[in-house]
Ligand binder design. Sequence first.
Ligand SMILES: *[C@@H]1O[C@H](CO)[C@@H](O)[C@H](O)[C@H]1NC(C)=O
Ligand SMILES: *[C@@H]1O[C@H](CO)[C@@H](O)[C@H](O)[C@H]1NC(C)=O
Ligand SMILES: *[C@@H]1O[C@H](CO)[C@@H](O)[C@H](O)[C@H]1NC(C)=O
Ligand SMILES: *[C@@H]1O[C@H](CO)[C@@H](O)[C@H](O)[C@H]1NC(C)=O
Ligand SMILES: *[C@@H]1O[C@H](CO)[C@@H](O)[C@H](O)[C@H]1NC(C)=O
Length: 867
Amino acid sequence: MVGTLRRSFLLCFVTCIPALSLAKTKAPHGFNEPRSDALDSVNLYIGTTGTEPNKAGGMIPSVSPPFGMTRWVAQTQVSYVSATPYNASWVLEGAEEENNKVHGFMGTRQPAIWMGESGSVAVVPGVGFEREDGTVDLSSVKASFHERGLRVVGSENAGELDYGRQEVVSPSYYNVLVDDGTGDEGKILSEMSATSRVGHLRFTFSPKSGAHSRPRPYILVEAARPSIITSTPSNVTYPEGHVHINTSPKSPFEICGYSTERQDSIITPVSGQDAANQFKGYFCARFGFQATDSLVYGTIQNGSVVLGGREAAGPVLSAFVFLPEGKEGQVNVRVGTSFISIEQARANIEAEIPNINETTEPLSDHRQVGTLEWTAGRVRSQWAQFAERVSIEVGGEDDYEAQVMKEVFWTGIAHSLQYPSEQSEHGRYWSGYDAKVHEGESYTGYSIWDTYRAIWALQIMLVPEHIPGMVRSMLQDFQQSGWLPMWKNVVETNIMVGTHADSLIAEAVLKGIPLSAAEREIAWDAVWKDATVPPERDWELKYDDREEHVDYEVRAGLSSVYNVDGKGWVADDIHSESASRTLDYAYDDYAACVLARELSKPDNVTKFLHDRAMHAPFTLFNEATGFMEARNADGSWAGEDKGWTEGDKWAYSFDVVHNVPELIDRRGGKVKFVQSLEEHFEGGHNDHTNEPSHHIPYLYALSGAAFKAQERIREIAKANYNNRPDGLTGNEDCGQMSAWYIFSAMGFYPVNPVSGEYVVGSPFFERIVFKVPNPSLNNELTTISIRAPGARTKPYVKSLSVNGDAIKVTILRHDQLLGKSRKVDIVFEMSKTPEVWGNDPEVLRALGVAFKINQVGGEVKLERDEL
Ligand SMILES: *[C@@H]1O[C@H](CO)[C@@H](O)[C@H](O)[C@H]1NC(C)=O
Ligand SMILES: *[C@@H]1O[C@H](CO)[C@@H](O)[C@H](O)[C@H]1NC(C)=O
Ligand SMILES: *[C@@H]1O[C@H](CO)[C@@H](O)[C@H](O)[C@H]1NC(C)=O
Ligand SMILES: *[C@@H]1O[C@H](CO)[C@@H](O)[C@H](O)[C@H]1NC(C)=O
Ligand SMILES: *[C@@H]1O[C@H](CO)[C@@H](O)[C@H](O)[C@H]1NC(C)=O
C-alpha cells in the first residue's frame, strides 16, 4: 500500500548514481560475530525514508531481532503519519544541515510510514556545563526535539565511506559519532543494539574543556512529546506521560514511566475506543551506575526543570541525569519496554539483557553478559539463525550489479522478518481490544492488504515455526473484538479494503501449519463471519480510507447488491472503492472456500463460497470496453475511473487471481489476453510501486507467453530495486515489495496464494538454497536447491525439472517444494534467447515472434522477429 503517497515514474538509479559503500553498513570488529556474509550484505538504508516520501520504502535502519516488539533508531526528524523518525535524504542529497543531526535514539513501533507511533520513548545524550561554584547549569539540558539535535561528524576512518556522515548500520548493532554541541569539539559516540523488548544503548563521551566551564555529560529520557496527529504537521496534540526516578541504593539508577501517545487513535473503530485509549507504552531505563547523594537528576516539564524531582506526570515530559563523577567516559543504559507495566518492563530487562550480577547463565565466550558486545552478538545470532537457512550464489561476474542484487536480496530477507512484530512479553500480552492482560503470544503490525500476496507465503516457507503464533494472534483478536484484523497497529485501524486475514489463515492451513482442532474451528467461525456479516450500518455509513468515527470496517458493502441474485457487486453509488472491494471480496470468498474444503465443511457451504467467488468478479467486466468497471446498485456502469483502491482499471482488470482461465476467456482468449498485457506494459500502466500490479507479469506465463513473463520480471526487478535509500520504488509495505523480489529471484511467485501453486518466472541467481523446517515433516529440515546455471546473463527458461522429473507446465506446486521430501532439486536450464518452454505457438505468432524448430543438434530455438 502506498497510501496517499504515489509515484508514477522510474529513474535510472543503478546507472546514474553511485551506490553506498558496503563497508558503511558493516558492523565494526567485535560486533560482526557470528560471521555471516548474508548479514553483512543487509543494507538497511534500502527503503529508508528519502527526500520524496513516495520514493521511500518506509523501513528505517533500526536495530531489533526478527519480529522485535520495539525497534531502536536514531531520530533525524519528528515522526508522525507520513514521516518516520529517520530521514535519509542526506544520503541522496549530501549532508544537509537539518537531517544531518541526531536528536536522540527512539524506541519506535511505527510499522510503516503511513501508520502512527505508539508509546515511544527516546534516550538522548547531551553535554551540559558545571559552573565555577561546582553546580551544574540546568539550562544546559536540552529537552525539546529541535534544541537537542547534535551534528553528525565524520571520523578519521570515514575515507570513501560517506557523504559527510559516520554511521554504522546493521540489524543488530548501530553507531554514530556526533559533536557534543558544546562548541568545544567534544564528541559523543552513541552505540546501540536491542532485543525484542529492551534497547541497549552505550554512550562514550569525550568532552573537551574549552572557553566554557567544565563540561558535564547527561542523559535525557523523553516520556511524552508534542505529537502530530494524522499527516498534517500543524495538527499537534499533547499526550500525557509519566516519569518516576528510582534512586534506591539497592538497585541501579532508573528512570521509568510511560507514554500514552498513539497516533492512530483517531481511526480506531468506535466500539474499541475505550479499551484502546487505556494503551500505555511503559519503559524503564536502567543506568550502569547506582544512585549516590551527589547525583544530579530531575524532571523537565514543558521547559521547566525540577531539580531532584523524582516523579511527574503530564504532557511534554522528560527526566534527566548527569553522569556521576568518574563516569564521564562511558555509560550503558538498558531500556526495558512493555505494554503491560513498568514491572514487566523491568522483568523484560532481566529476561533479555541481564547484567552479570542478574544472571546464572554461564559465560560461553569472551563477551561479558550485560555488555553491549554480548547483546549485539546475541541479536546477530538471532538474525543469523534465519539468514543461515538461505544461501545464494549470484553467478556471473562478481561485479557491481551482482553486489546490488545481493544487497537487495539480503535486505529483502531482513525486511521480510520484521512484521508482524511481537506484542507479547514472555508468555503474556496486553490486548488493545479489551485492555486486559492475557496469556499467550500476540503480534501486531499487519498490513494484510499487502502482505497476503507474497510475504506471508515467504514467511510460511522461511520461518514456519512463527506462523502458528501469528495465526493464533489473529484468532485472539477475533475473539476479543469480534473480527479478524485488517490493519492492526496495536489495535485495528480499518486501513485498506478486504478481509484478507481469510487468505492468511487458509494458506497456513493449506500448507500444513499445525493448529489445534479448536483453533481451526475458531478460524472457521472468524472467516465465515467475514464472508457473511457486514459491518455496522453498512448502508448508511461511509467507510472511506481512514474514516473516523466508524466501527470495524470489514467488508463494507457486503450487504449491498453483492449478495443479490442476478447481481453480485458492491454498489458504487453506496460504497467507496466499490470495484476493488468486489474483486477483493471475491478473492476472499475463494480463500474461505479453500479453508472450508480443508476443514471438510458441508458441500453447500463450499458451493456457496465458490459460486460467489467465481461469479462476482465478472459482474464488473464491461464487454463494451474490455475492462473491469464499477457498477451502481441498479446495474448501470459507474465510470471506468470510479471505485478503485490504489490502482486503476488497467491493474484491476487483471485481478482475478483465483480464476485466471476465465479471466483469459472473458478478455478474448489467450492471444487477446497477451496483447492486453502488452498494451498494459507498453503503455506504462504497470505500477510496481503498488501491490495490485505485483502478480501481473506472471500472467504471461499462464497465457502461453512465458518468455514475456521472463523479460518483464527482469525489467521490473532492475527498474524498481537497487541499493540506495530510494532503492524500492514503492513502500516496502511490511515486506511485500521485498517478497516479490525474493520469490522472483527464486524463479516463481504465488500469484494465487491459496492455490498452493507458484507461477514460474525467471530465476535471477546461479543458485539459491533454502534449508528450512518443513511443516509436512514435523518441522524437520528440507533442503530446496534451485539451480539456474548462467541465469545472470540468460533470462529465458529452456527447461525445468524437479528431482529429475521434467516439468512441462509453468507451475510449481507447494507440495513439490515442501512435501514429504527432505531434498528437493529444482533445475532451470537457462538460455540467452527465448525458448519454446511455456510458450504457445498461436500466441507467439500473434505477437509477431517467429519461431522455428531447429532439429540440428536437438536444439529447439525460438527467434524474435526483427520486424
Ligand atoms: C526528508 O527530509 C527532506 C529534507 O528536509 C524533506 O524534503 C522530506 O520531505 C523528508 N522526507 C520525509 C518522508 O519526511
Ligand atoms: C487533527 O487531529 C484531530 C484529533 O486530535 C482529528 O480529529 C482531526 O481530524 C485532525 N485534523 C487534521 C486536519 O488532520
Ligand atoms: C507549555 O508552556 C507554554 C508557556 O510556557 C504554554 O503556553 C503551553 O500551554 C504549555 N503546553 C503544555 C502542553 O502544557
Ligand atoms: C556486580 O556486582 C559487583 C559486586 O556487588 C559489583 O562490584 C559489580 O560492579 C557489578 N557488576 C555489574 C556489571 O553491575
Ligand atoms: C447448508 O445446509 C444446512 C443444512 O440444510 C443449512 O442449515 C445451512 O444454512 C446451509 N448453508 C448454506 C450456506 O447454504
